[in-house]
Design a binder for this molecule. Structure first.
Ligand SMILES: NC(=O)c1ccc[n+]([C@@H]2O[C@H](COP(=O)([O-])OP(=O)(O)OC[C@H]3O[C@@H](n4cnc5c(N)ncnc54)[C@H](O)[C@@H]3O)[C@@H](O)[C@H]2O)c1
Length: 278
């Protein structure tokens, strides 16, 4: 059932499509799940946080749409395979997969212990592959589908002191391009959405300090930190028939951050004081 407040719903042709979103118990993933539901899709909310996933499903059910919470640890192949079987049984074959679940931690490269490196890569890279395989098989059987992988601006430029986060996100970008090439013959598209600064549970600790928030807003051409809908809308579009000839691409949704590097270089006569910027 489409939401009458979403006039673009039929334009996207996602009605009754089975859309699977990993890491959808909160943050960007939960918003992606809500937006799929608002355009009439049947949504599978995958997360290892079952309480959070159930809350998101209850919100969606209250709008009259269909959503199921599926317990899934994307680092564990057996768990991913069980989740894929549950989705097929309860909703049907997957039409759209959004690989979104990820983790981050603070560490300098010189201090990282290999166990922690592997744990993060297991979520941010291996987990993306396992889900692409399990749900990609359903798409192959159905004769087509769409994958969107949430990477990061950190996959384009190094994000220091964040362990292997940048390495994992750069890997996601290439994984997506490989999937686009290898699965194209099955009618499957694969694209990336790369956010920059978005307020979610993952990043909230950074924005708790108003001075940090203001400084970050000032360096963005958009002059504001992103919110989950900014990312979700692009993910939904790329998943849809309206992006049917787009594959192997990476869309930066970054408020212009990636274009603003030269504003950081001092230029006599064009310096702004902190008072000007406030
Ligand atoms: N928030 C930002 O500023 C930002 C910036 C760039 C990219 N991103 C990317 O956007 C995506 C969503 O980020 P967010 O900020 O909403 O994060 P978040 O921490 O708010 O949500 C991540 C979700 O993933 C789930 N998850 C983590 N490990 C899992 C696992 N092994 N199995 C299943 N679920 C697991 C968590 O339970 C959580 O619900 C991530 O891929 C992240 O790297 C976020």
């Amino acid at each position: 059932m489409t939401n009458p407040n979403t006039p673009h719903a039929s334009w996207l042709e996602l009605e009754n499509k089975v859309c699977v979103v990993t890491g959808a118990a909160g943050g960007i993933g939960a918003e992606i799940a809500r937006q799929f539901a608002a355009v009439g899709a049947r949504v599978a909310v995958l997360d290892r946080d079952q309480a959070g996933a159930s809350r998101v499903c209850a919100d969606i059910a209250a709008t009259g749409a269909r959503a199921i919470a599926v317990d899934c640890d994307i680092t564990d192949k057996a768990s991913v395979d069980r989740a894929a079987a549950a989705v097929e049984r309860e909703l049907g074959r997957c039409d759209v997969l959004v690989n979104n679940a990820a983790a981050i931690y603070a560490a300098a490269l010189m201090d990282i212990e290999m166990d922690r490196w592997r744990q993060l890569m297991a979520v941010n890279l291996d987990g993306f592959l396992l889900c692409s395989q399990a749900f990609g098989r359903q798409m192959i059987a159905a004769g087509g589908g769409s994958m969107v992988h949430v990477a990061s601006i950190s996959g384009h430029v190094p994000q220091p002191y964040s362990g292997p986060y940048s390495v994992s996100k750069a890997g996601v970008k290439m994984l997506s391009r490989l999937l686009a090439v290898e699965l194209g013959e099955h009618g499957i598209r694969s694209n990336v959405v790369s956010p920059a600064m978005v307020r979610t549970p993952m990043s909230e600790v950074i924005y708790a300090d108003p001075a940090v928030l203001r400084k970050r807003e000032q360096i963005l051409p958009a002059r504001r930190i992103g919110a989950p809908p900014d990312i979700a809308e692009v993910v939904v579009y790329l998943s849809s028939a309206r992006a049917g000839y787009v594959t192997g691409q990476d869309v930066l949704v970054d408020g212009g951050l990636s274009t603003a590097w030269l504003t950081l270089v001092p230029r006599p006569g064009f310096e702004k004081s902190d008072a000007d910027k406030a």
